[in-house]
Design a protein around this ligand. Sequence first.
Ligand code: LLP
Length: 386
Amino acid sequence: MLSRTIKEQLRGIPTPFYLYDMQLLGATLDAIKNEADRDGYKIHYAIKANNDERILKAVLARGFGIDCVSGNELRLIRRLGFPADSIVYAGVGKSDTEIRLGISEDIRAFNCESLQELQIINELAGEMGKRARVALRINPDVDPQTHRHISTGQADSKFGISYREIDQVAEDLATYKNLDFQGLHFHIGSQITDMHVFELFCRRVNSLVEWFVEKGFPLTYLNMGGGLGVNYNSPETESMPDFKAYFDAFRNNLKVSGVETHFELGRAMVAQCGELISRVLFNKINSAGAQVVIIDGSMSELIRPALYEAYHEIENLDARPGSSRIPYIIAGTVCESADIFATDRLLPELRRGDLVTIKSAGAYGASMASCYNMHDLPRVVYSDNI
Ligand code: LLP
């Protein structure tokens, strides 16, 4: 892990802060590009994973597009120079203002999540005297076998257009004069590590594509979303996911031809290049006899453990040689019982002032940070600036 090798340079920097390994980021993006280019797959980085401008510039330099979900994300990526044609826009609740912005920018596709959204985009495009390119986000009802908070493609989810409304959508689509139908979009969930899930997903998609073609809607665009997981348990032995295995699942199981295939990876592109660096503030023993260590990071800076009970590797960068391992509760500073990074975590003794790294924090870390308890948003340090 980068922080271990440069810990002396980190010592003077006020904690907590995110440390981004720009070399690992570049290598990860290059690995994705190599694999995706083999099949002409189009990659859109899911900016919600991390909207840091240096990261976005590295994404842009590889010719990837963006998957955005808000007007502010769209404005940011246009300012940074992402071509409109490389931008796709998902989200269950696009406001009229955001839809107008997407129409005026002439983005590659709105990934539409409801019958009503399609109708509104058609109306707003008409008022603006423009046409909008749309794809339908269909909920394929596939179990992604991941945490329920990050499952998005099952029957009971709020996302996408359900099988119940699919006949209606085909009927409506034929009547909308201001929409250019592109194809289908899916996103079944996140942190998926079993490639069989993607294989099953492809089979569902094959039959949906066939259904639309039979109804008289030829497709030019097929967007398979994101979802590829990373190894949170062992980030150092697996510093990037197996992109070949991931794309092979689609190469071998997607049976569609003449269609441009798109992906929207977020986590897999950036998770392993980020760490949250904190410092130990206090040690104490609670009434149950457990050793509690309070670090100066919190759920305000990294909410994943509190929100999803997510596991992140934690390391004491100042571990003393020969120090025995102690089961710790690693807790954050804010006034919430859920503000715990780990319980019963065996770590070499932690003392006040020790530097601690929380690994695999590049995705959904800084981008989900809040100012709760009036914290400042966490600062960022780039490996190539120190
Ligand atoms: N496309 C759409 C439409 C999405 O909603 C998402 C993520 C992605 C692509 C990218 O998915 P990825 O490749 O990163 O799995 N905050 C949670 C993850 C939420 C994911 C939301 N949607 C976490 O920290 O685990």
